[in-house]
Design a protein around this ligand. Sequence first.
Ligand SMILES: [Fe+2]
Ligand SMILES: [Fe+2]
Length: 286
Amino acid sequence: MTRIAPGDTAVLPTRRVTFEYPDDMHPMWVPHMPEFSAAANAISLGMPYAEPLFIRAMRSTFDRIDPELRARSESYIRQETGHHTQHKKFNDIVVAHYPAVRHVQKLMAINDRWVWRRSPRFRVAYAAAGETISYGVARWTEAHLGELMDRAEPVAATLFCWHLAEEIEHKSNTYDVFEATDGSRLRYALAAAVGLATIATFTFIGALVQLWSERRLHNPLTWFRLARLSVSMAFVLVPTLVISALPGHHPRDFTDPIYLPQWLKLYDPATATMPLWGSLPDGLTD
Ligand SMILES: [Fe+2]
Ligand SMILES: [Fe+2]
């Protein structure tokens, strides 16, 4: 049963943002926190696998959902298509610096095929849980924006912040499709557990490969920071997923972060650009 609240019926905006990275951009784009850079890059490497999977899962329901939800889902697909297209470009830089991450990408492709061989209902639940994870990551990032992004490479920071802001914006769409076509909380909880374990494993392995290439793994500080990042993220993601699986819950019940959605309003359709992170106009300072 799809629950519609005022404002939920609107299709999502399409922002065709493209990013031009400096030729000398180093993939450790948050120089004072390479462990975060490596983890974020690992998540980015997974986007061209996870997001097309979510898109296919949504498309597979189009003959069973009402026209309004279908129109919204098509707008969701346009957003996700923009995300993984832009992340692919960014990933080329990461792969060029750390060719060993290709092995991680192969594992991601295998996982992608494994999920697609599950039942159609599981794929939709997996997409819905995946979007809840994205919302949780956005909420965690919003709470650490100054600490992480203020001294980051601005183009890369803009890519990640634009993506996360749109994840907040479309947090309900796949969940609505899941409720309209299935709604099994048990299946959702299982998909959430699989999704969280998958993203945690790939983020960890992907980060280790990059940090190994940077010769940082012998440094105890690297391990301390990785442990701190993992615990901090788990404190947001685990409760978010548990709450999202409870009967009667809907992503709409989650409070949106404030800053990223406000910043997203600065998208300029005439130039198809977001203001470069760190060059914020008056009235939007942190
Ligand atoms: Fe996305
Ligand atoms: Fe998403």
